[in-house]
Design a protein around this ligand. Sequence first.
Ligand SMILES: Cc1ncc(C[n+]2csc(CCOP(=O)(O)OP(=O)(O)O)c2C)c(N)n1
Ligand SMILES: [Mg+2]
Length: 332
Amino acid sequence: MTTVTAQPAKGDTQAAQQRRMLREMLLIRRFEEKAAEAYALGKIGGFCHLYIGQEAVAVGVSAALEPTDYVIASYREHGQALVRGISPRAVMAELFGKSTGCSGGKGGSMHLFDVEKRFMGGHGIVGGHLPLATGLAFAIKYRGGDEVCACFFGEAAVNIGAFHEALNMASVWKLPVIFLCENNRYGMGTAFERVAAVTDVVEHACSYDIAGEVVNGMDVLDVQAATQRAVQRARKGGHPTLLEVRTYRYMGHSMSDPLHGVYRTKDEVEEQKKKDPIAQLFQRLRQDGAIDQAGYDALEAEAKAEVEDAVTFADESPDPAPEELTTHVLAD
Ligand SMILES: Cc1ncc(C[n+]2csc(CCOP(=O)(O)OP(=O)(O)O)c2C)c(N)n1
Ligand SMILES: [Mg+2]
């Protein structure tokens, strides 16, 4: 099975591209629900952080990128990996710790990786990959390329020194990097309302010559448009951007965190679900006459089938061989 990515294809009409974005969001949602099920069945070891609710961010950003652009992410990265074209089979097999996974079964949920797709991880240390994003952008500029590097991270990373170092160096060297702060309001079960604090950071970043925007992360088209502006700045003159994308996760922090935890109410989650990014895009496309219920159902059925296929593939794949325990390079 092939994955349809939200990246624009030649000759794509706007409606066709938006239908692809809807399909991508559906694929991520159905994939994540299946991952939760598989985790409960004991098929996934270690941590597993789901992306349900935040789909519009990965899909909107990816729709504004070229396949040659680089993406680097935190540990909540299943959605970004899928939308950049790593197959659901390779992602699910990685979650299951199987040798057919995109990191050979040795990385797991937090360490998805695919150099060919220019997906540079999956990183577990909060804020730790931001300097790597600056480094990737430095390499692009050093080689005279016109690619950009998109770096996803949660809002808790803005407290980390590496966040400021990475942004500062990107600004000083004028590097083609887009810092995407996915502000889902919570960092690992804490009760801090971070919206205001992060917005202050965006303003601060602007003061050291990084463009900054606050974006509605529940609207995939807003995310796409803001990323397109950032990409334009980056490709033109290597000007970096910080986007604070306001989003919301419906599930707990990880599979070991209860759905609502003690830091938010069920009502709050239900209220946020009214802004669901998938429902919003479907509504808009339906109003424009670009899709009907049958068209939506067909997209959803395709997504479900792709995820079922991925689970079967992961189930049937072998564990990594014992002699691979100490190797760090994937065999061809
Ligand atoms: C340097 C560091 N400190 C602490 C942790 C433990 N930790 C894991 S996730 C997390 C919260 C991160 O929240 P946020 O950046 O908002 O991302 P989200 O989980 O909301 O996507 C923390 C503190 C870590 N992984 N790395
Ligand atoms: Mg957060």
